[in-house]
Design a protein around this ligand. Structure first.
Ligand code: ACO
Length: 162
């Protein structure tokens, strides 16, 4: 079998008709939702979220593909909290594909392509030490807690000082 690292990862904007695909991805990643004290969203919830997303021109959502297989999702908001900043609200790798370097590759790809964004925030919900470790390893530092169950991480992008 071909080694994982030789497969190419691509990102494509999520469309409304991707709802079943995204729902399938979430259903196959129950661990994350358990961690934040939720059931994986229903198909109806996903459709609703995609409608909400469409109405907000600053929100961007992508499906991550490994060759033809949907293996992850990411969702961020541009010019938020401030102009020149962006906030990643979710990077999710399908549960059976976690720990294989895909999350790291996707995040690095995103950071390289956020033209004009000086600072990227990552909002970590719940007790999620793995996500915190992951973002720290990628050069993020803890910025603040927004209540007991929300932590904000941040890193500079581009050539700017850390
Ligand atoms: N525990 C601790 N560290 C781990 C684990 C683990 N189980 N798995 C991987 N890592 C480390 C790896 O060792 C690697 O570091 P290294 O390069 O020094 O070896 C680094 O994390 C990157 O590993 P990847 O294989 O790229 O991680 P993965 O593809 O699993 O993506 C992610 C990480 C996004 C956290 C994924 O596990 C996931 O989707 N988890 C569930 C959803 C989630 O919690 N997302 C983050 C929410 S917060 C937010 O999105 C802003």
């Amino acid at each position: 079998m071909e080694a994982m690292r030789t497969l190419s990862l691509s990102l494509r904007p999520v469309r409304l008709e991707d709802a079943p695909l995204l729902h399938g991805l979430f259903s196959r990643s129950p661990g994350y939702f358990a961690l934040i004290g939720m059931e994986p969203p229903s198909l109806e919830d996903v459709v609703q979220d995609l409608h909400t997303l469409e109405r907000d021109p600053r929100r961007r959502a992508f499906l991550l593909f490994l060759e033809r297989e949907a293996v992850g999702y990411l969702d961020y908001k541009l010019h938020y909290p401030e102009e020149g900043e962006a906030t990643l609200s979710l990077l999710l790798i399908r549960e059976d594909r976690q720990g294989q370097g895909i999350g790291q590759k996707a995040l690095r790809h995103l950071m390289e392509h956020l033209a004009g964004v000086e600072r990227l925030y990552a909002v970590v919900y719940g007790q999620n030490p793995r996500a915190k470790d992951f973002f720290r390893k990628e050069g993020f530092r803890h910025a603040r807690d927004g209540g007991p169950a929300v932590s904000w991480y941040v890193r500079q992008l581009g050539a700017g000082p850390a």
